[in-house]
Design a protein around this ligand. Structure first.
Ligand SMILES: [Zn+2]
Ligand SMILES: [Zn+2]
Length: 394
């Protein structure tokens, strides 16, 4: 097992440290227990397991607890060892784990949703339990009284939930591709705004409270970085996956974003880099380089007796150009394009080799990662494929 490592940028290739096996059923969520060589997992087979590393080097369950309904999600607070488990029947069950992680004691149940709980976040500072469900409800409860404090109906089933403790803003990403931002008061909430940038559903959200940046991963293969703080209001698309982005994690101390894809790709993005927004795509009836008309400009076509061309867009300047004037491809990492994209010929000439240098590192885990948890103190990355938990050192 890896020794403790000092926080440093994740530049090494992830190495498989341990396979945590034993469950034949789908593990829905798992977290690393900080400072312990342990992992907590919740599964579709209704079990909650705490895995501790034994002298043999293998992980064995120290707790094996069966819930009344499949466990869909969880939130673990290491300071209080409070474990909140979301169930398929809409209930959230709260437990306290013993110091040696050998016992879990029930505390209370919240009848939070009409159907499957999709996300939970426990906020110790406010004693709030935030949750979303398949019933398209966002709800928050007081964890001291167990009382429901309020709710909000989202446009689709939520698949991402993040909270900014200081300003009490909640971010909810849903399967329609929308991100809803609410400001929570003790017993009511106001809609601040909604973000629409993805063409597919939101699969994961990740909030950096220091830089005030929200990351959203989507089935449209992209991650969008919503720069909310500093009144910047910019949105930068990060294109580094060839498949659905399914999980996100942020390494605060090194300012690196880890995104995991359905194709097994793990991309580690350097967030110290200043990236620019992509330009708006310009509309034109003819190529903005050579003036050849595009195919729907019937009048000009008729006048000049020329066959219209297909309209393309340069990803760097946003100009509408024909295929001939945009025959070259280039990565533009500073705009979030780690892969080659269409650029017009003049932009292609203007892009320097320095600007082409990648701002992310790419790794192939060779398995479909649907959940990731990063433990910064040890550089451990816990990923999960359908029935196996893998702990990787990076
Ligand atoms: Zn042209
Ligand atoms: Zn251009």
């Amino acid at each position: 097992m890896a020794a403790e490592i000092q926080p440093k940028p994740l530049t090494r290739k992830p190495i498989l440290l341990q396979r945590v096996e034993g469950s034949q059923e789908v593990v829905n969520m798992a977290v690393i227990v900080p400072k312990e060589e342990g992992v907590i997992s919740v599964s579709e087979d209704r079990t909650v397991r705490v895995w501790l590393k034994r002298d043999s080097g293998q992980y064995w369950p120290s707790i094996y607890h069966v819930m009344p309904s499949p466990c869909s999600c969880m939130s673990f607070n290491p300071e209080t060892r409070r474990l909140s488990i979301g169930l398929d029947n809409g209930t959230i069950s709260e437990f306290i784990l013993s110091e040696d992680y050998n016992k879990m004691t029930p505390v209370k149940n919240y009848q939070a949703h009409q159907s499957r709980v999709t996300m939970i976040q426990f906020v110790l500072e406010l004693e709030w339990v935030l949750s979303t469900g398949q019933d398209k409800q966002f709800a928050w409860h007081c964890s001291e009284s167990g009382q429901r404090l309020g709710g909000y109906r989202t446009s689709a089933v939520a698949s991402g939930l993040q909270f900014d403790v200081e300003t009490r803003h909640v971010f909810i990403g849903d399967q329609s591709g929308q991100v809803t931002i609410l400001k929570l008061e003790q017993e009511n909430c106001t809609l601040v705004t909604t973000f629409r940038g993805h063409t597919g559903g939101v699969t994961a959200l990740c909030w950096d409270p220091v830089q005030q940046v929200l990351f959203s991963g989507s089935s449209d293969h992209s991650v969008i970085m919503w720069n909310i703080g500093g009144r910047k209001g910019t949105a930068i698309e990060l294109q580094g996956h060839n498949d659905k982005v399914q999980a996100l994690s942020y390494a605060q101390h090194t300012r690196q974003l880890i995104s995991c894809g359905g194709d097994g790709g793990i991309v580690v993005w350097n967030m110290d880099v200043e990236r620019q927004e992509t330009p708006e795509w310009l509309d034109s009836d003819s190529c903005q380089k050579c003036d050849q008309p595009f195919f729907w400009n019937f009048k000009q076509m008729w006048d000049s007796k020329k066959i219209g061309l297909r309209q393309h867009h340069c990803r760097k300047c946003g100009k509408a150009v024909c295929g001939k004037c945009s025959s070259k491809r280039s990565p533009i990492p500073l705009m979030g394009f780690e892969f080659e994209v269409r650029v017009c010929d003049s932009c292609h000439e203007a892009i320097t080799d320095e600007e082409r240098a990648p701002t992310a590192t790419f790794h192939d885990s060779k398995h479909n990662i649907v959940h990731v948890h990063f433990d910064a103190t040890r550089g451990w990355l816990l990923t999960r494929e359908l029935t196996r938990l893998l702990s990787c050192g990076i």
